[in-house]
Design a binder for this molecule. Structure first.
Ligand SMILES: Cc1cc2nc3c(=O)[nH]c(=O)nc-3n(C[C@H](O)[C@H](O)[C@H](O)COP(=O)(O)O)c2cc1C
Length: 234
């Protein structure tokens, strides 16, 4: 029987006949190697495991499509408020997803007002999307927040040295980089002044919707964390 995934490629449809060996993926103008679909009847029961493994990989690999997800909060006027963040920590056992942020930012106030949030992940290589409903909390002075601060790079820490509250309106352009620190990272000693502005968003996943795009037909799996996954119509 012909392999139904043989002509499926990440990002576009390949005309390569079945059995054609994969081409080197380095040049972006060349067809990418065909990828087998991840979501199948055989893998359905393991979808939650697949989600956490994928997120763990994305967390470590800054080139992974899911390394910079969207996080959506609810603003005080009831509107959804999306923004891109960097995925900083994932723990499958506690269903935890973490990002770093400025403790003075809008999202912090929004989460403290309304802890129901959503994460949006997409990997263009595999053409897989995760939508994750979660409950979030803000941590500033906890052991976990301190551990994340210790792990953070000096270049990342520069953001937390911003002198003006993020989102403050201004008549002039405000990069909010401290004077004299343009184009360079702070020293370790300089960076410590940013600790007071550093917070982490700790989210506990509740429900997941996984969508995989495939030329032979997209596929969708949904589950409540810890419960059996089920197929859903795309
Ligand atoms: C690629 C990328 C990565 C970002 N990573 C973060 C991040 O890890 N944490 C963060 O607070 N903001 C990050 N931002 C900025 C946010 O998208 C957003 O503009 C900022 O946090 C202010 O959001 P707020 O006013 O809704 O709190 C990132 C933006 C981009 C484009």
């Amino acid at each position: 029987m012909a392999d139904p995934h043989a002509n499926r490629s990440a990002g576009h449809v390949s005309n390569a006949p079945n059995g054609t060996p994969p081409l080197a993926p380095s040049a972006s103008h060349l067809p990418r190697p065909a990828l087998p679909a991840q979501l199948t009847d055989a893998t359905l029961a393991n979808t939650e495991q697949f989600v956490w493994q994928t997120l763990a990989t994305a967390c470590k690999d800054r080139h992974h499509g899911m390394h910079t997800p969207g996080i959506v909060t609810i603003a005080s006027d009831g509107h959804p408020a999306p923004r891109t963040v960097v995925l900083r920590r994932v723990d499958a056992a506690s269903r935890m997803i973490v990002c770093h942020t400025d403790a003075r930012s809008e999202k912090v106030h929004e989460i403290e007002r309304e802890p129901r949030i959503a994460w949006l992940f997409y990997d263009p290589q595999t053409r897989i999307q995760f939508r994750i409903a979660a409950m979030a909390r803000i941590e500033r002075d906890t052991p976990l927040a301190s551990e994340q601060w210790q792990r953070s790079s000096l270049s990342s820490r520069r953001c937390y040295l911003a002198g003006i509250t993020p989102g403050t309106l201004s008549d002039v352009m405000l990069t909010n980089v401290p004077i004299g620190m343009e184009g360079r990272s702070p020293s370790l000693a300089e960076s410590e002044a940013g600790r007071v502005n550093f917070a982490i968003v700790v989210a506990t996943a509740l429900r997941v919707d996984v969508l995989e795009l495939a030329t032979e037909g997209h596929r969708r799996v949904v589950f409540a964390c810890g419960q059996s996954p089920t197929w859903a119509a795309v």
